[in-house]
Ligand binder design. Structure first.
Ligand SMILES: [Zn+2]
Length: 421
């Protein structure tokens, strides 16, 4: 169903024609910027008060839209296009035509799962909080509130199993199921292979990352990203579409996210890159073990720069941890785990982390300045908000994928090495 409305901006008085496509989410908060003055206009469907901010509803307008006013297409579940009003060519129709019926059914199933999960976000957050606190009584209580999650005993392996069922529930609409199960089984095989082939050094690696708290801290920080993901279901929903559509189109056709604020989302991307960067230390350690039988041994040719100087940062895994994210990947030779490079954008990360970006809400275009240019801002890059959310989604999948390897490592510690984690 679609609703057509005409709003008058409270700031500049511009009338804006607006077509709103309805989704199945019970509460539907929309947001867009006035194309004339950039002021934010927002309203909510599904709540009894349905407040409208930033504009006034022109109740006596007569449809159909005739092209005199700027036009805004909105839909929470799909990318809405910027452009001219075409009667009948709704976002829903365009999307279903583009990806076909079967893909649409699959996409719709994921959106419906999100509709069930987002009202549970407090319970989902509690599960993670209580696990991190080590409060098993409360952990058990909160687990029982989530369908499919239960704690069968207080053994560490059962606590871990319940925890990972909870994160798997939370991440299910955001990730690719087949990919998850493949990594999960390969990661356990890998830990057993290492245990058999490089026993002493594998145990030394585990002792190091348990002893200095690295594994626990990384695991906890990684876990905190899951409830935040659910809390951000609104801006992520429309990025799912590109799992089915030709992603090359992304960036060519300006597509609108009909809700949420870039600033909220930029913090999440920053958190993701931070956790991912630390996960790379863990991957590098495992990769060194697999390739050279010692987590501290980096590939010999990488240890020297082109000018034949010694790279001190590759002395061991501990010194590698201080390398910038942008350079880390190059020092992990032929990583056993394939990283999706589309998810990584270090320039974007730097632009956001150093608060050197501008966001134009009416066109949803992010301009960022990653370089160190003294006081000036000359060299810039641009990315659409939609493309940015897509990158965030892909990066979450990377973090989630490596979390599967961490899971296998934690189970290895508990079940095989009988160590406290
Ligand atoms: Zn305005």
């Amino acid at each position: 169903m679609n609703i057509c409305k005409c709003f008058q901006c409270d700031t500049c008085g511009t009338k804006i024609d607006c077509r709103i496509g309805m989704s199945n989410r019970d509460i539907q908060p929309f947001q867009f910027a006035c194309p004339q003055c950039e002021e934010r206009i927002s309203f909510v469907f599904g709540q009894s008060d349905g407040e409208l901010f930033g504009a006034t509803d022109v109740v006596d307008f007569e449809g159909p839209f005739n092209g005199t006013n700027p036009f805004v297409d909105l839909h929470l579940d799909f990318p809405a296009h910027f452009g001219k009003y075409v009667m009948g060519m709704t976002t829903f129709l365009r999307v279903t035509r583009e990806i076909g019926h079967d893909s649409y059914q699959h996409l719709n199933q994921r959106l419906n799962t999100l509709n069930i999960l987002y009202p549970m976000q407090n319970d989902l957050r509690s599960v993670i909080t209580q696990y991190k606190r080590g409060d098993i009584d409360n952990f058990q209580k909160t687990c029982s509130k989530i369908p499919g999650v239960s704690l069968t005993s207080r053994k560490k392996e059962d606590v871990l199993a319940a925890l990972y069922t909870a994160t798997s529930v939370m991440s299910s609409p955001f990730t690719i199921h087949e990919h998850n199960s493949e990594i999960s089984s390969k990661a356990s095989d890998l830990m057993m292979w290492l245990h058999q082939h490089h026993n002493e050094k594998t145990i030394a690696f585990i002792d190091e990352i348990l002893g200095n708290g690295f594994l626990k801290n990384l695991h906890n920080d990684c876990l905190s990203l899951y409830p935040k993901l659910i809390a951000m279901d609104l801006p992520f929903r429309s990025a799912f579409f590109y799992d089915y559509a030709n992603t090359e189109e992304l960036g060519k056709i300006p597509a609108r996210i009909s809700t949420a604020d870039f600033d909220v989302c930029s913090n999440y991307y920053k958190d993701l890159t931070e956790v991912f960067s630390r996960q790379l230390n863990f991957l590098a350690g495992l990769n060194n073990l697999i390739k050279r039988g010692d987590s501290n041994l980096f590939e010999p040719s990488l240890k020297l720069t082109k000018a034949q100087k010694v790279r001190l940062e590759l002395k061991n895994l501990n010194s590698f941890a201080n390398v910038d994210l942008g350079n880390k990947l190059a020092f992990i030779d032929e990583c056993f785990y394939r990283i999706d490079m589309n998810a990584i954008d270090n320039k974007l990360r730097n632009g956001i982390a150093h608060y050197k970006y501008e966001y134009k809400e009416s066109t949803q275009l992010i301009t960022y300045y990653p370089g160190k240019e003294g006081m000036s801002r000359d060299k810039y890059y641009e990315i659409s908000f939609m493309d940015f959310m897509r990158k965030s989604l892909l990066l979450f999948r990377e973090v989630h994928g490596i979390n599967h390897i961490m899971k296998a490592t934690l189970f290895y510690c508990v079940l095989i090495l009988k160590k406290e984690i």
